[in-house]
Write a protein that binds this ligand. Structure first.
Ligand SMILES: CC(C)(COP(=O)(O)OP(=O)(O)OC[C@H]1O[C@@H](n2cnc3c(N)ncnc32)[C@H](O)[C@@H]1OP(=O)(O)O)[C@@H](O)C(=O)NCCC(=O)NCCS
Length: 189
């Protein structure tokens, strides 16, 4: 089971590790704190219950076992403060994985998001044989996420206008790819 400790930019001790079934409650608290933010940057629009989180985690743990998902949580003082997961696409797209990351507000801007993504991508490449590239989507207003993704090498390859509607306000969804073998094609755009 992968596990790594590091010191964040402000001195906070952070553990990056794979999740276990007993994490459901702590994960629910973390994700609900993000969901409750206005313009959270994520698609879920209502808090999840413990039962839903337990079911979600159980399904992800099974996918981790089958090597179609890699997930790392960030833990500070025994509390889960964020997670990142890469989900391998099936069938003829199984050379690609979709990746997502989020952190509680109080732990942003100190390097945890970058560390979580790097470790998750490194572990995915080790675990998922034949994986070539990562992709993700990000909303136009989410400057912090876009800065992080660009600095990791992701390039914008498309945009879905008005993809998200929050409180009557529309946002565009940008599609980004960390080029693998199709690097030349992605860079052309
Ligand atoms: C997006 C998110 C995961 C970034 O994680 P983070 O831990 O705050 O980011 P880091 O501290 O690792 O910073 C990564 C880079 O982004 C930059 N950055 C961070 N916050 C920023 C901000 N508010 N504005 C502009 N740039 C920012 C940093 O300068 C850093 O670059 P550097 O390492 O060269 O200094 C975090 O902001 C978050 O959880 N947001 C809410 C959920 C979300 O939007 N998830 C992504 C959905 S697509």
């Amino acid at each position: 089971m992968a596990r790594k400790e590091f010191t964040a930019k402000n001195g906070t001790q952070v553990v990056l590790r794979e999740p276990v079934s007993t994490d459901a409650k702590s994960m629910m608290k973390y994700i609900n704190s993000v969901i409750r933010e206005r313009r959270s940057g994520i698609v879920v629009d209502r808090p999840v219950t413990l039962k839903q989180e337990e079911a979600w985690l159980k399904a992800r743990l099974e996918e981790i076992r089958k090597r179609s998902v890699v997930m790392l949580v960030a833990e500070v003082d025994g509390r889960i403060v964020g997670n990142c997961h890469a989900s391998r696409r099936p069938w003829k797209e199984n050379h690609r994985a979709a990746i997502g990351v989020a952190l509680v507000k109080s732990m942003r801007g100190i390097g945890i998001g970058r560390a979580l993504m790097k470790e998750t991508m490194d572990l995915s490449k080790k675990r998922m044989r034949g994986l070539e590239s990562f992709d993700l989507s990000v909303l136009d207003y989410n400057e912090a996420a876009q800065v992080l993704y660009r600095s990791l090498g992701f390039v914008r390859v498309g945009c879905i206008p008005d993809a998200m509607k929050e409180d009557g306000e529309y946002s565009d969804e940008m599609l980004m790819v960390l080029p693998g073998k199709h690097e030349r094609r992605a860079r052309k755009k």
